[in-house]
Design a protein around this ligand. Structure first.
Ligand code: SF4
Length: 281
């Protein structure tokens, strides 16, 4: 089988204590979830995690910070981390995910070696208003437009299984399609007792149907199954690629554990797929 699967890894370089109230996010201080919180991860540790990820075949590495957006201090920290990672791993595809950002801030990240920016619309315009009261869906959409203007490549997707309707999903997918991102992360809700959302979990088949629906709508976008993969698809994880996924996040997520990368590599090998060796494959 010729299909090659892309691997990406995410690194939470500034965790928790966010003043926003996104109903699906354990990093919001308003939900008091029991997670690890820290202002800035050591740069050496970030570089080490990037190296570990590439040792498992990850091509992409994402520097994620909690919070609404970037102030001068946070921007300079992300730039420092980006430079340090690129100095050791010049070929890594570096992604930053730091919330709302202006064109100027994004250009600074680009100058520091960042290749792509991840900012998710998360859900439909209508549904998003019911799960977040502290910032608008429009501000998210504008950041995605800023990414395109800055010259970075855009990675934008969202999260399913929050209690959104089929119409919400269709509207959300249409909005992402309008942005035409290079990559679309598909997250699946990981419930936590501290969070205010208590939707009926998606069945494995419903989640596979979502991947297929997105695939049909965005035939040229890389679809990356990200957070919630293990708990949503369980022993059907091997079916996500047939449904249309091209990529997965390996290792741990922002505040939850992922299965060991060796298990992912084994699954991909058993299915007869290759691991992609270049982002331009
Ligand atoms: S998704 Fe981002 S902005 Fe929303 S609560 Fe979480 S860290 Fe804050």
């Amino acid at each position: 089988m010729d299909k090659a699967i892309f691997l990406c890894s995410i690194c939470n370089i500034s965790s928790g204590s966010c003043a926003e109230d996104c109903g699906f996010c354990t990093q919001s201080a308003k939900h008091h979830a029991d997670i690890q919180k820290y202002k800035y991860k050591d740069i050496e540790q970030i570089v080490l995690e990037a190296k570990n990820a590439t040792n498992y075949g990850a091509l992409g590495f994402c520097l994620v910070t909690s919070g609404l957006g970037l102030d001068a201090k946070k921007l300079s920290f992300v730039c420092e981390a980006a430079r340090a990672v690129k100095a050791e791993l010049p070929n890594i595809h570096l992604i930053a995910c730091n919330g709302l950002a202006s064109v100027e801030q994004l250009k600074e990240l680009k100058n520091a070696g960042v290749d792509s920016y991840n900012h998710n619309l998360e859900s439909s315009r209508f549904f998003y208003e019911t799960i977040c009261s502290t910032h608008s869906w429009e501000s998210r959409y504008q950041t995605c437009l800023n990414v395109k203007e800055s010259g970075l490549t855009l990675c934008s997707g969202g999260i399913f299984g929050l209690g959104e309707s089929k119409e919400d999903r269709a509207s959300f997918i249409q909005s992402v399609k309008e942005l035409s991102p290079q990559t679309m992360p598909l997250n699946f809700y990981h419930p936590n007792p501290a969070l205010p959302l208590h939707a009926q979990p998606l069945s494995e088949q419903e989640a596979l149907d979502i991947i297929a629906e997105v695939r049909a709508a965005l035939p040229n976008t890389m679809l990356m199954v990200a957070g919630g993969r293990e708990i949503t698809f369980k022993n059907k994880q091997c079916d996500i690629f047939g449904a249309g996924a091209d990529a997965i996040v390996i290792g741990d997520y922002l505040t939850t554990k992922g299965q060991p990368p060796t298990q992912d590599l084994e699954m991909i090998e058993k299915l007869g797929y290759k691991i992609a060796k270049s982002c331009h494959a």
